[in-house]
Design a protein around this ligand. Structure first.
Ligand code: PLP
Length: 359
């Protein structure tokens, strides 16, 4: 097939643009383990300033930034409170147990989001020898498993109030935090008031090839730098990679609104197909939907693959479409046609959409 592949599996699949590669080529570099790479420093300072925090640490992946933060905030016999589908718990290879020797309290959320009351109820009573010590809350914004759902600033503030009053740290897994900021119009600088640490992925919607930054206070980042080293994440002339991240922060944030619009368009098309049982509410760049039982997920994915379209399976009969930098309007049109073609001959009823309570 001569038309380009349309890859809706993830926003991690983007390729660096010519302009981003040019920025990487021109980046001044040094040895970052000696803290002598000017481009890495600029990225760390720029990202920290944007979120109203003091310092940053550039790492190879979001898994590493999250796991370093958890390690820095906890000790063995601690407990981390998070939503039951949180990436830090579900998709980081059990790293909380492996790296930190900590327990996890899992909360059932609303599309990945928890409330202050839920968090408070999960905090263990102090001075009881049976319990681990609750000392970290992790939020995810947007929530991946929740279909790109966003937290309101009011909820974040109320959870931060609980964290402060009860003496727990608050970490944000902000792999897609820029999607949340663009979708809600929230100000990144406000986040620093609420979170002790924030992990931001540069390699998702922002379109950089590699990297995440971990943000927090100077003392926190100093501690994290040693943990990054022991995990083997100390990089040398990493400015080449940081330059892509800086370029992304400058050029690829506002355009996330286009990804959100395209996800909405695809969601509307999906909701009108008889073989789609349910589409989760779409707030950002993720569209998660459930197929009717008579349309096996494998059959659906194979039919799309034949049209040069890739998507991922996300649980039984569940599929996820992700829009990103490398999905344009003509591609959305091609996907639309492929989805409609699959309906030909099927009964034309439209099923109502709604949220799913279980995955
Ligand atoms: C992708 C992702 C991460 C980090 O992923 P890496 O592939 O390790 O960079 C963390 N949290 C969420 C919610 C994610 O979607």
């Amino acid at each position: 097939m001569s038309e380009p592949l349309i890859d809706l599996r993830s926003d991690t699949v983007t390729r660096p643009s010519a302009a981003m590669l040019e920025a990487m080529l021109r980046a001044p570099v040094g040895d970052d383990v000696y803290e002598e790479d000017p481009t890495v420093r600029e990225l760390e300072e720029t990202a920290a300033a944007r979120f109203g925090l003091e310092a940053g640490l550039f790492c190879p992946s979001g898994t590493m930034t999250n796991q370093i933060a958890i390690k820095a905030h906890t000790e063995p016999l601690s407990e981390v409170i998070c939503e039951q589908t949180a990436h830090v718990y579900l998709w980081e290879v059990g790293g909380i147990a492996f790296h930190s020797g900590a327990s996890v309290a899992l909360l059932p959320g609303d599309r990945g989001r928890v409330t202050a009351a839920q968090v408070e109820a999960a905090i263990r009573p102090a001075n009881n020898v049976h319990y681990p010590t609750s000392n970290l809350i992790c939020l995810e914004n947007t929530s991946n498993r929740g279909g790109g759902s966003c937290y309101s600033l009011e909820t974040i503030a109320s959870i931060a109030e609980v964290a402060q009053r009860r003496g727990l740290a608050l970490h944000l897994d902000g792999a897609r935090v820029f999607n949340a900021l663009v979708a809600t119009g929230q100000d990144a600088a406000e986040y620093g008031k609420y979170f002790d640490s924030i992990s931001v992925c540069l390699s998702k919607g922002l379109g950089a090839p590699v990297g995440s930054v971990l943000l927090g206070s100077k003392a926190f980042v100093h501690k994290c730098r040693r943990i990054r080293k022991v995990m083997g994440g100390g990089m040398r002339q990493a400015g080449i990679l940081a330059a892509a991240g800086l370029y992304a922060l400058q050029h690829n944030v506002a355009r996330l609104a286009d990804d959100h619009r395209r996800a909405q368009q695809l969601g509307a098309v999906l909701a009108a197909q008889p073989y789609v049982a349910e589409v989760l509410p779409i707030e950002t760049n993720l569209a998660i939907f459930r197929l009717q039982d008579d349309m096996p997920a494998d059959t659906f994915l194979a039919a799309l693959e034949q049209q040069g379209i890739r998507a991922s399976s996300f649980g039984p009969q569940m599929i996820r479409f992700v829009t990103h930098l490398d999905v344009d309007d003509p591609m959305v049109e091609r996907v639309t046609q492929a989805l409609q073609a699959l309906s030909v001959g099927a009964p034309g009823a439209t099923t109502p959409s709604g949220s799913l309570s279980a995955y």
